[in-house]
Write a protein that binds this ligand. Structure first.
Ligand code: IPM
Ligand code: MN
Length: 350
């Protein structure tokens, strides 16, 4: 009997449902008889909130917890809409899922595939993996404001870092580096953020002794920005905190041929809760509903899903199909619809 993966699908807002549909269809194609995929749709996101008042209820969260994995498209509406102010959807839905399901590792690979154009004049070989912490840092809402709206206002935003949260993501990053080119770069700002930076550095040094074959490097976040555009091939695996990882991976997406190809995985390392797979890009309301969004970031996220669930061979087949699709369409200006791109990739798989 083929193994079954029960997947909760949150298409979300904007182009989210369009790219997710292609991702799921492609996941089914590559899985063939080896893996049986069942899906349940969950209507969530900015539009759902405006329609119903729900961002993410405890009932919905409980229901999602029972799935093997979550596939998410994109969530978020018009940033000028006052009803959505304060990032309530981002924090109340996306971050709530990452926190509630303890997604301690946020995995974001960047590969400049042959045929892709990088905005860098001399990109060299770009193939690195950002392992971003997903549940801590300045993201957890540890802070507040007093005397809000007055000249005497005080606002704090405290970065939270635990030895537990740092160690698990660091161990994961070392293990990944060991399977790749055996180089790990810690990115932080230890010359200024001495408390968090000290914790990260000490744990990285400690864990390093369990991975003697992995070469260790350290870069400040600002210097990382220079090297990412001047010498990106120096990177193999990068491990970093939640906020630095957020910023790095947008630049990584840009130099790696565009955010339309950037995939990500939010991993629960114990399997207690479902991991979540999503493209790095947002809901792109400007092109939503036109059928022109590039579904390849969402499709590549399915390769991460397969890999995480022990189907590395299927994940590889899927990544290869996307790479072939990229090379076959490089240099052509003919634009393909979302569905055409999905169909082309599926044709390479069957
Ligand atoms: C991302 C996004 C989110 C983040 C936002 C929408 C909260 O930018 O997935 O990179 O900051 O993690
Ligand atoms: Mn981001």
């Amino acid at each position: 009997m083929a193994k079954t993966l029960n997947i909760a699908v949150i298409g979300g807002d904007g182009i989210g449902p369009e790219v997710t549909k292609e991702a799921i269809e492609t996941l089914r194609t590559v899985s063939g008889a080896a893996l049986s995929i069942t899906t349940s749709d969950f209507v969530l996101g900015a539009q759902h909130f405006l329609d119903t008042g729900e961002i993410l209820s405890e009932e919905t969260l409980d229901a999602l917890a029972s799935f093997d994995a979550i596939v998410l498209g994109a969530v978020g509406g018009d940033p000028r809409d006052p009803r959505l102010a304060g990032g309530i959807i981002e924090r109340g839905l996306l971050l709530k899922l990452r926190f509630a399901f303890d997604h301690g590792v946020n995995l974001r690979p960047t590969t400049l595939l042959p045929g892709l154009t990088s905005p860098l004049a001399n990109p060299g070989a770009i193939d690195f993996l950002v392992v971003r912490e997903g549940t801590e840092g300045p993201y957890v809402g540890n802070g507040g404001s007093l005397r809000s709206g007055t000249r005497e206002e005080i606002a704090t935003e405290v970065s939270l870092n635990t030895a537990f949260g740092v160690e698990r993501v660091v161990r994961y990053a070392f293990a990944k580096a060991q399977l790749r080119r055996k180089k790990l770069t810690l990115v932080h700002k230890t010359n200024v953020l001495v408390h968090a930076g000290g914790l990260w550095s000490r744990i990285v040094d400690e864990v390093a002794s369990d991975f003697p074959d992995v070469a260790l490097d350290y870069l400040h976040i600002d210097a990382t920005m220079i090297f990412m555009v001047s010498d990106p091939s120096r990177f193999d695996v990068i491990v970093t905190d939640n906020l630095f990882g957020d910023i790095i991976t947008d630049l990584a997406g840009a130099i790696g041929g565009g955010i339309g190809l950037a995939a990500s995985a939010n991993l629960n390392l114990t399997g207690e809760y479902p991991s979540m797979f999503e493209p790095v890009h947002g809901s792109a309301p400007d092109i939503a509903g036109k059928g022109i969004a590039d579904p390849r970031a969402a499709i590549m996220s399915m390769a991460l899903l397969l890999d995480h669930h022990g189907f590395a061979d299927l994940g590889l087949a899927l990544s290869r199909a996307v790479a072939t699709d990229v090379s076959q369409h490089s240099g052509t200006s003919a634009s393909r619809s979302t569905t055409e791109i999905g169909n082309d990739i599926r044709a390479l798989l069957s």
